[in-house]
Write a protein that binds this ligand. Structure first.
Ligand SMILES: [Cu+2]
Length: 506
């Protein structure tokens, strides 16, 4: 009965493969919502145990149970990839992307169902033969069947493989539990913040790392906005402010070609001291690099998707339909080169355009895109300020607001500008969930150019309100030295991180 045994071992191995796949995906799902994480953990444990149980007691009830449970998981998989995630959690109703790991898990489950059905047929044949009597067929591992040394070693081998892989996966799993802790911490920070706003006197001292101090900002300027500092070695908003990515420039047939390289990758980013967010990024940072060109340049953007989900790059601007980055999805591991002319001049943005769009934006896949007019703009100290938020506890609300990715960064490190020198701020709003965001500068007024497509200012104001995707250029000059505040005039946002200072020096 060699073929029955082989089928049995194959079925057990398939169940273990499916279990490992679920274990591998578990940390990410813990990152989304504890409920999804627990589901993946339960599925992994059940499939792992099932594989072992199958070797010990491959009776009909177990075969039927296996077919039923695996069929349910496969159906759930197909539903989440077509109709959407059913009922539960923050991603209910959203269609999940298809990846290599989850697809192979699903294949393993399908193969397992087939193998179990085959075993069931074997069993029926065995029963028939048994009833006739005189058979040497045995059920592996059943009492009295005399499990051979070889069988035992094979079984132990599968169990050992499971153990070793489980150990290797331990780190990932620990990461998932860590993410759960961070989510919990963020929730704590949110509750703490609400508390701070209510009694309006003392915000709780940040004994948990991820806490944002929502108390007033009087007095000790550097001391607020959370304890400690984020690790700036990976991403420093002070550098990002004036960092423009012009691409690699060369001449081709009398034209300026600019080639950019952008890679989508998953990365854990620190959005406030001790508060981490499992982001999807362009080039490992949120916001993505500020892509810049001159009107009429030919732009070539080599996009590599090295993330775990399908992504695209959708540029605002004028270009052909097949370069729009909204329909041709780039699967994980794949590349796509976008090519178009830089037009019109002004301040634009780029972002991933894969559905559910909300998720791909909230995860951090966006950046600023500047096209200079042919004749250039007047000399100025230029900087980018991209307003965004982070939903650190996955409740479809932002817990942290920032300009350029780190809460209160420019409060800890004021933006240094020169007295009497013109400052040009490229202001972009990519805040998800909230309908608007705004920018207010203290003790001054600015010229405002909506979308930067006209050289004539449309407004002279000190506060500008922007909807998502809206952007504009601000120009101003401080004629007095000193420290001047700028912040969202949505005060809640300011208290949750979107606040900074200009340090005007001689
Ligand atoms: Cu995306």
């Amino acid at each position: 009965m060699e073929s029955k045994r082989k089928t049995l071992y194959m079925a057990a191995a398939l169940s273990v493969v499916a279990a490992l796949s679920h274990l591998w995906a578990m940390p990410e799902h813990f990152g989304e919502w504890w409920g999804y994480g627990v589901f993946f953990l339960a599925a992994a444990v059940a499939q792992g145990l099932y594989g072992l149980a199958l070797l010990r007691r491959p009776g009909q009830p177990l075969l039927v149970l296996g077919v039923g449970l695996n069929l349910a998981v496969v159906v759930l998989y197909v539903v989440t990839r077509t109709v959407g995630v059913p009922f539960f959690g923050p991603h209910a109703g959203e269609v999940e992307g298809i990846g290599v790991i989850d697809l192979s898990a699903m294949m393993a489950e399908l193969a397992l169902i087939v193998a179990l059905a085959a075993l069931w047929r074997f069993d029926r044949r065995v029963d028939t033969v048994d009833s006739v009597g005189g058979t040497e067929l045995v059920r592996v591992g059943e009492p009295g069947s005399g499990v051979s040394r070889r069988d035992f070693l094979k079984t132990a081998g599968v169990a050992g493989a499971l153990g070793v892989s489980g150990g290797a996966l331990g780190l990932r799993a620990a990461g998932g539990v860590g993410a759960l802790g961070i989510a919990g911490g963020a929730l704590g920070a949110h509750v703490g913040t609400a508390h701070g706003q209510e009694d309006n006197a003392t915000a709780p001292e940040g004994e948990t790392g991820g806490e944002i101090d929502a108390a007033g900002h009087e007095g000790d300027v550097g001391g607020h906005g959370g304890k400690g500092d984020v690790d700036l070695s990976r991403f420093d908003p002070s550098d990002f402010l004036r960092d423009f990515y012009w691409g690699e420039e060369r001449q081709e047939g009398g034209r300026t070609i600019r080639e950019y390289e952008i890679t989508a990758e998953d990365a854990e980013i620190e959005v406030a001291p001790g508060m981490f967010y499992p982001a999807w990024t362009f080039n490992g940072q949120v916001p993505g690099p500020t892509i810049r060109a001159r009107e009429g340049d030919r732009m070539r953007v080599v996009f590599k998707n090295r993330g775990t989900h399908p992504h695209t790059m959708h540029f605002h601007g004028i270009h052909s339909a097949d370069q729009d980055g909204s329909l041709e999805v780039v699967a994980p591991g794949q590349d796509f080169t976008y090519e178009f002319d830089a037009e019109p001049f002004g301040l634009h943005l780029y972002h991933c355009h894969v559905t559910p769009l909300r998720k791909h934006i909230e995860k951090g896949l966006y950046g600023t895109f500047i096209i200079d007019p042919k004749e250039g703009r007047e000399e100025a100290d230029e900087m980018v300020m991209l307003m965004n938020g982070f939903d650190t506890n996955f409740d479809k609300e932002n817990e942290v607001y920032t300009v350029n990715g780190v809460a209160f960064h420019y409060q800890r490190y004021p933006v240094k500008i020169k007295q009497g020198e013109k400052v040009r701020v490229y202001l972009v709003n990519m805040t998800e969930f909230d309908l608007i965001n705004s920018m207010h500068i203290h003790a001054n007024f600015f010229d405002y150019y909506p979308t930067g497509t006209s050289m004539e200012p449309a407004e002279f104001t000190d506060t500008k309100m922007l909807a998502q995707g809206e952007r504009g250029i601000m120009e101003f000059t401080y004629n007095r030295t000193g420290r001047f505040m700028f912040h969202a005039h949505v005060n809640e946002f300011a208290e949750l991180g979107w606040l900074g200072f200009f340090e005007v020096e001689e």
